[in-house]
Design a protein. Structure first.
Length: 418
């Protein structure tokens, strides 16, 4: 006589409603979407800007719209460029399902947990170094570059100057935290529980922002400098802060960011299990994404869509758009298998973090090489083509240079992952 142990919400992932043969080992569409997302950071935005800016000056409507969409919203509202980072966090959630399921299957849950913790620590430390740590901190070089009003003489010791110059909560650090928390939760809880946790995080953040007023304020406010998230950053977040007294990747706003990553985990579970088949996956992603978009806009009437606060409405909106795009990429690339157009995005997507670091560290170098290849304002070519066309050519060549690097790494199977 055999007995079956009762299940519980603490049953470790993965759960296998389908045989292992039915699982999806890897999605080309996921790499393509990650590359599409990163493309806009490593030069795509500059190409659009170079094309649209001359027309925007002449008040062409399409150009004005394009210029607005490739820049962040100053505060409340939403543009295409506001989607880039939260979509990457969503993709992190989707991706970790595939990598951790493989680790759990081959080496066990304990090894998967160690992997999550080690990778999270490495990525966070990399963020500290990249955003003002070790190589840039001394003398306030980083802070002076980002904030000309920064005065290192205000800090009495070398150590305090180093601390003041390090950005403790930046893009890479937020990715590290979201990956670590989501990865650990995935290792221990069922998808249904992960959904409850994600929803709870969004509701808790809404409650804090809605009902807790910042000290010194007469009433609750979502305005810049007047909300509780900005107040916590100003008083408890050490080091350099991107917006002066607070940071768009600050302490309190990390709560909903983790929620968005967990929603990505749920999308990853859907695709990994493949329980509903390819067309069912597409339908669930697109319809589910559309519902989240509507919910985000509706919630935004009370809790405005604000990227710099990562409001819960912002998370629902961006997660919904990300899910729809994932569904479309999955349909075209992995279901219909029309892939030739996506090759450059796959090159980028396979080394997204590496290319992000390379572009941000050597952006001026790419521009200088591009200018040398195309010709600067005093070159012979500049005398034969309009200035605006020259700017477009330089932006395009800079992107082609980073794409060449991405293809080189891809073709030689060099994938630098933390």
């Amino acid at each position: 006589m055999t007995t079956t142990a009762p299940t519980s919400e603490m049953t470790p992932a993965p759960i296998e409603p389908q045989p292992k043969a039915m699982r999806v080992a890897r999605l080309v569409s996921l790499d393509a979407l990650r590359g599409f997302d990163m493309f806009w950071i490593i030069g795509g935005e500059e190409v659009v800007r170079a094309i649209a800016e001359p027309y925007a000056k002449e008040h062409h409507r399409w150009a004005e719209i394009a210029m607005k969409q490739i820049d962040h919203t100053p505060w409340a509202g939403f543009t295409f460029y506001d989607l880039i980072f939260p979509m990457f966090v969503f993709i992190v959630g989707v991706s970790l399902v595939f990598s951790l399921n493989k680790a759990i299957d081959t080496r066990g849950k304990a090894a998967a947990v160690r992997r999550v913790i080690i990778r999270g620590i490495v990525l966070y430390l990399l963020g500290l170094i990249f955003y003002g740590g070790l190589s840039w901190s001394f003398g306030g070089i980083y802070a002076q570059h980002k904030n000309p009003t920064f005065d290192p003489s205000n800090y009495h010791t070398a150590f305090s100057r180093v601390i003041a110059d390090i950005r403790f909560m930046g893009v890479l650090q937020r990715i590290a935290i979201c990956y670590t928390v989501s990865g650990l939760l995935f290792c221990f809880f069922k998808p249904r529980t992960l959904l409850y946790i994600a929803a709870s995080l969004l509701v808790i953040y809404w409650g804090l922002m809605t009902f807790v007023r910042a000290p010194g304020q007469d009433h609750r406010s979502f305005d810049e400098h007047k909300n509780i998230a900005n107040w916590i950053d100003a008083h408890y977040l050490p080091g350099y802060k991107w917006d002066g007294r607070h940071d768009p990747e600050g302490l309190l706003s990390t709560i909903p960011a983790v929620g968005g990553c967990l929603l990505g985990v749920l999308a990853g579970v859907l695709l990994f299990r493949n329980k509903y088949g390819p067309w069912g996956n597409v339908l669930i992603l697109i319809v589910g994404g559309a519902i989240l978009i509507g919910a985000g806009y509706a919630w935004g009437f009370q809790f405005p869509v604000i990227k710099k606060l990562w409001t819960s409405s912002f998370v629902l909106l961006t997660t919904g758009i990300s899910a729809v795009l994932l569904g479309l990429f999955y349909l075209v690339v992995d279901v219909i298998k029309f892939r030739i157009w996506a090759a450059p995005f796959v090159w980028i997507g396979m080394n997204a973090i590496t290319l992000y670091l390379v572009w941000n560290l050597f952006e001026d170098g790419f521009r200088k090489i591009s200018a040398a290849l195309v010709g600067g304002p005093d070159s012979e070519l500049a005398h034969h083509i309009p200035k605006d066309d020259l700017a477009i050519a330089q932006a395009v060549v800079a992107v082609l240079l980073i794409l060449t690097l991405a293809r080189f790494l891809y073709k030689r199977q060099i994938f630098l992952r933390v």
